[in-house]
Design a protein around this ligand. Structure first.
Ligand SMILES: *Cc1c(COP(=O)(O)O)cnc(C)c1O
Length: 358
């Protein structure tokens, strides 16, 4: 059940939404809906959130977000299976809590639960008619916060914008042949840094390596730890699981260099229900490579809100060496992906709190 009163939508915006035609092809993040939520922070307080027509922000060219990167974001999804009248959000309170942990790390103000939840509930409710309903389809929500105080002095901003924008998204799963490049030179995060926070800077710092690995013919970059450069951390926007001797292994979060994915946590809980053992441990990349060769490591997959569960077919190195997984899309990966989609589509019962009706 929605907990907050939906924010009001003007007649004009209602018409805009009614007239909005979803294109055939929903490339991820390309189709933005006609409304957005905005709340400003000033003088130590958040103003009530409002729904505005989707459009540019007016911010000062010296705003701190633009120069010093005080920015955080979330990624979450609303689903509306055709069997149900109303949409639901998947584990939105986990996103809310992570948003405020990211805010704290970036010295930004926390957002009250009522503003965050009323915003995501309201945008989901008003855009309900634009949520595609097939397996793997959803409305992707992007809550974010930027520092808007003007002036080039290097200090913590006193003014912020919180906003939520939304994109209907299709089934991103397009390939059983995802190739991952093992990045041994650049690193994404170090202990004490911002790796466990969802902040723009982590991505800004990763674009170079991602671009280089794309040039080499790979789809994704796999990051190793910044200290020893030998333990698997994650991909640029997804956590990683490795299947060894039929059991799941995933990097542990205890160095705080890895983004604690909600999908990662969901996979761990689903695996427990299926009696598949999960080890949250340090994972030496060279050990994995030798286990791929010996046939003990048979499957790998990545997971995150945007693409759910994505099988990995091949790992590769700068020197041209490649390691083909026995299964490009293995049975454990498939089982977990199918259950996750069944939960999203409400065909099977979800653990308590996962389905949040709007
Ligand atoms: C968002 C994100 C993930 C996945 O988190 P989910 O909560 O599952 O969407 C993983 N790694 C990074 C770096 C991310 O930004």
């Amino acid at each position: 059940m929605a907990r907050y009163k939906f924010l009001e939508l003007s007649g004009d915006l209602k018409t805009k939404i009614n007239n909005f035609k979803l294109p055939e092809k929903l490339d991820f993040g390309q189709v933005l809906t006609p409304i957005m939520i905005v709340s400003n922070y000033k003088d130590g307080e958040w103003e009530p959130a409002r729904i505005l027509p989707y459009g540019p922000f007016q911010i000062d060219p010296s705003a701190k977000a633009l120069h010093y990167g005080q920015q955080i974001f979330e990624g979450m999804k609303a689903y509306k299976p055709s069997s149900h009248q109303t949409p639901h959000l998947f584990r939105p309170l986990a996103n809310y809590e992570r948003f405020n942990r990211s805010a704290e790390r970036m010295a930004m103000p926390s957002i009250p639960e009522d503003i965050f939840m009323q915003s995501v509930e309201s945008i989901t409710h008003h855009l309900s008619s634009l949520i595609p309903s097939k397996d793997g389809e959803s409305l992707y929500l992007r809550p974010f916060m930027i520092a808007t105080q003007k002036g080039l002095g290097l200090s913590c901003s006193t003014e912020y914008i919180f906003s939520v924008i939304a994109c209907p998204v299709g089934n991103i799963f397009t390939s059983n042949n995802v190739k991952v490049f093992i990045e041994r030179d650049c690193c994404r995060a170090v202990r004490g840094g911002t790796g466990a926070a969802k902040v723009a800077g982590n991505y800004g710092a990763s674009v170079y390596a991602t671009t280089m690995s794309k040039k080499r013919g790979f789809d994704q970059t796999m990051w190793l730890d910044g200290l020893d450069r030998k333990y698997i951390e994650e991909l640029s926007g997804m956590n990683v699981f490795v299947v060894i001797n039929g059991e799941l292994h995933t990097p542990s979060l205890n160095q705080e260099t890895i983004l604690p994915g909600i999908t990662r946590d969901s996979v761990i809980q689903m695996a427990a229900r299926l009696n598949i053992k999960v080890h949250e441990v340090k994972i030496d990349i060279d050990d994995v490579l030798s286990k791929i060769k010996s046939g003990n490591c048979t499957e790998m997959f990545a997971c995150g809100t945007a693409s759910l569960i994505t099988p990995i077919a091949l790992l590769g190195e700068k020197d041209g060496a490649t390691y083909q997984l026995r299964h490009a899309y293995g049975p454990i990966t498939k089982q977990l992906r199918d259950i996750l989609i069944d939960i999203h589509m409400r065909r099977v019962e979800a653990p308590a709190g996962w389905i949040y009706e709007v």
